[in-house]
Design a protein around this ligand. Sequence first.
Ligand SMILES: *[C@@H]1O[C@H](CO)[C@@H](O)[C@H](O)[C@H]1NC(C)=O
Ligand SMILES: *[C@@H]1O[C@H](CO)[C@@H](O)[C@H](O)[C@H]1NC(C)=O
Ligand SMILES: *[C@@H]1O[C@H](CO)[C@@H](O)[C@H](O)[C@H]1NC(C)=O
Ligand SMILES: *[C@@H]1O[C@H](CO)[C@@H](O)[C@H](O)[C@H]1NC(C)=O
Ligand SMILES: *[C@@H]1O[C@H](CO)[C@@H](O)[C@H](O)[C@H]1NC(C)=O
Length: 398
Amino acid sequence: MHISRCKQSTMEFSLNKLFLNPLVSALALLFIATTSLNPASASKRCDFPAIFNFGASNADTGGLAASFPFAAPKPPSGDTFFRRPAGRFCDGRLIIDFMAQRFGLPYLSPYLDSMGSNFSRGANFATAGSTIRLQQAAVQYRTSPFSLGIQYQQFERFKPTTKFIRDQGGVFAALMPKEEYFDEALYTFDIGQNDITVGFFGNTTLQQVNASIPDIISNFTSNIKNIYNLGARSFWIHNTGPVGCLPLILTNFESAERDKYGCAKSYNEVARSFNQNLKEALAHLRKDLPTAAITYVDIYSAKYSLFRDPKKYGFELPLVACCGYGGKYNFSNSVGCGGTIKVNDNDIFVGSCERPSVRVIWDGVHYTEAANKVVFDQISSGAFTDPPIRLNMACHRK
Ligand SMILES: *[C@@H]1O[C@H](CO)[C@@H](O)[C@H](O)[C@H]1NC(C)=O
Ligand SMILES: *[C@@H]1O[C@H](CO)[C@@H](O)[C@H](O)[C@H]1NC(C)=O
Ligand SMILES: *[C@@H]1O[C@H](CO)[C@@H](O)[C@H](O)[C@H]1NC(C)=O
Ligand SMILES: *[C@@H]1O[C@H](CO)[C@@H](O)[C@H](O)[C@H]1NC(C)=O
Ligand SMILES: *[C@@H]1O[C@H](CO)[C@@H](O)[C@H](O)[C@H]1NC(C)=O
């Protein structure tokens, strides 16, 4: 279910050094005093006891696989880390997995998975192919029916149901989050790429897709507000990645003008327009919801750096899928990662490239674990966030 007509789918300053210089140490003391007086920039780390995630395939830990087994990722997906597909469109861990790990939390169970799920530390409402706005032609474009609005409704049901189950006691009670976690948790979002990709593959011009963005963003922020109204306070919101660098787009829009790194320029422009709209909308939302901590995360720039400067991160062939088939980008609309294609009467299995650890793109649409780790390290440092704070500082202060 990858959207498309495809058949597949330091402050670590040294105090010692500073205190050698009396002027600098006076300034340092002033800095420490002013920051501790200002609650907004209190430097206490956040201990998020749980994560609730909303989104699409970039953060799906098995929701789509549980709901539509035919569309589940197939081996060799998952081989690098889980040794099974684990419901992820990746060879291993996703950014959301690295986030959970950072806080010492277990990998998130999908809300939709009725088998073995443990929600004591959060839940994942994301499914591959999800859009912000529900698509009329969801089946035609193979998007997920679990749009952001539906994910919100599932969360709206989830919260009181966990209380009901805890109150009942018994074996299931221990699998529910504590009541106070809903207020203390980190709420994460990564959604929107499919809304614009559906537009690219539909009967619409790039200008028309671009023109629909304000509407998509307004729907996004309305959903965030609704989740806030259910008690969420700490929000970590990814913008959308450079879709024009994906083999899916590069293969299907061969004549689109390329930038100097080989990405399709105008497709990335639409993604950046989405991001500009989102950034502004979140700035307004911060004024409307003063008790919330809303962090905008520029995942676009973090991901784009992998295409701009692959060697710096130890990557090669950044625009070529590791697990795919054919053409310049090792991507085909007729067969996906884990599938089999008949060529001259021979069955060819679409498996993994030799070293996914030096590759950026896994299956033509999604990133490898290695790329996800680099992107995670970049965004969690605070270098790509607005306001510029580290992941472990992104909580609201009571
Ligand atoms: C559920 O997850 C929590 C947190 O990781 C863990 O402590 C607990 O043992 C798990 N419960 C079961 C039944 O696996
Ligand atoms: C978002 O758009 C969908 C239509 O795709 C609509 O049904 C829904 O009500 C909208 N949600 C919000 C919160 O505006
Ligand atoms: C595509 O758009 C054109 C012009 O707006 C219209 O005439 C045509 O019927 C549309 N085709 C489909 C399949 O919607
Ligand atoms: C997209 O729309 C924005 C306004 O929301 C406009 O500033 C921008 O130039 C448009 N970009 C393209 C590629 O059409
Ligand atoms: C392309 O995908 C195939 C699997 O179909 C894989 O064996 C091959 O190594 C990939 N090519 C590149 C250049 O990664």
